[in-house]
Design a binder for this molecule. Structure first.
Ligand code: SF4
Length: 296
């Protein structure tokens, strides 16, 4: 356990205060997810945009259970021995996607290091089920690193997601203290592999949390490393401590600094960049429209 748990949480700056919603879309989203017994990373990771996204009728599905085999110091998803996969979960995700009328779906999963394929085939089945019930939908997957193995990556790619997202999460120096089992180079390698296998027929995407103690030169180095891995899309957002047991926030990065990073990222060649305090991997993911339609 880190010493982080003894630090009092600092007061949030104005730009991070959440405005509560009034729309009843939030409760409709809640009921639908309850009815179909689905997990979302919105809830499991205590995402600060939970109210906003659900009020707009969007959510990020988290498949393969809600127990993760890893224990990253920034993440609120529970670490525990996972339960067996539920064979009907892909269909339930597909049904929720259809009923929510999503045009762009984001599907993520806990890390299943207990399984030989890391849960990759479950991703494949979910993508296929979603496409069956919602033809024409843009499908984005946010995957674990699958230990950088070829077969699981191939399994996910075989279902032809439009966007393959795998987060770098933080800069090289901080990776060992922020992530559990994952390495900086392995994450870059996963992104490189996807591009090497699929080229321009897929968009790759990655994201980092800022405010963990990283320096500006380290952020720029990570952005360059991602471009070197031919990563197309970048998200940068403020890290917020989900509970007192998690890593403390070291700095609140100002909106101006986020904007400056965004400009630098665009200058490096990322085709789409979302950089701001409330940005998360899946926040406003549908704002990125595929330039030449799905399956370019
Ligand atoms: S930003 Fe992503 S994880 Fe957070 S509430 Fe929105 S859809 Fe869910």
């Amino acid at each position: 356990m880190t010493t982080a748990e003894f630090k009092p949480r600092p007061r949030l700056p104005e730009w991070l205060r959440i405005k509560l919603p009034t729309a009843d879309t939030f409760s409709r989203t809640r009921s639908l997810l309850d009815e179909l017994k689905l997990h979302t990373v919105c809830e499991s990771a205590k995402c600060p945009n939970h109210w906003e996204c659900w009020s707009k009728g969007t959510a990020t599905f988290m498949i393969a259970g809600d127990r993760c085999t890893r224990a990253c110091q920034f993440c609120a998803v529970s670490t525990a021995k996972p339960l067996p996969l539920e064979a009907d979960e892909p269909m339930r995700v597909a049904e929720a996607t259809r009923r929510m009328g999503l045009k762009h779906v984001v599907i993520t999963a806990v890390a299943r290091d207990d399984m030989a394929d890391g849960g990759a085939d479950h991703f494949r089945q979910t993508i296929e089920a979603v496409r069956k019930l919602s033809p024409g939908i843009v499908i984005e997957v946010l995957t674990p690193d699958f230990l950088d193995k070829e077969e699981p990556i191939d399994a996910v790619l075989s279902a032809n997601p439009h966007i393959f997202n795998h987060n770098l999460e933080t800069v090289r120096r901080l990776t060992p203290s922020v992530r559990h089992r994952a390495t900086y180079d392995r994450s870059l390698s996963v992104l490189k592999k996807v591009k090497a296998k699929r080229g321009d027929s897929i968009y790759t995407k990655s994201g980092m949390m800022l405010g963990l103690g990283e320096r500006e030169d380290e952020v720029l180095e990570a952005m360059r490393d991602l471009r070197e891995a031919k990563c197309d899309i970048l998200t940068l957002g403020q890290y917020l401590q989900p509970t007192l047991k998690h890593l403390a926030v070291e700095a609140f990065v100002t909106p101006d600094q986020f904007a400056a990073y965004g400009e630098q990222a665009r200058a490096m060649g990322f085709v789409h960049v979302a950089s701001g305090p409330m940005v998360r991997s899946s926040y406003h993911a549908d704002e990125f429209t595929l330039p030449s339609g799905p399956g370019r």
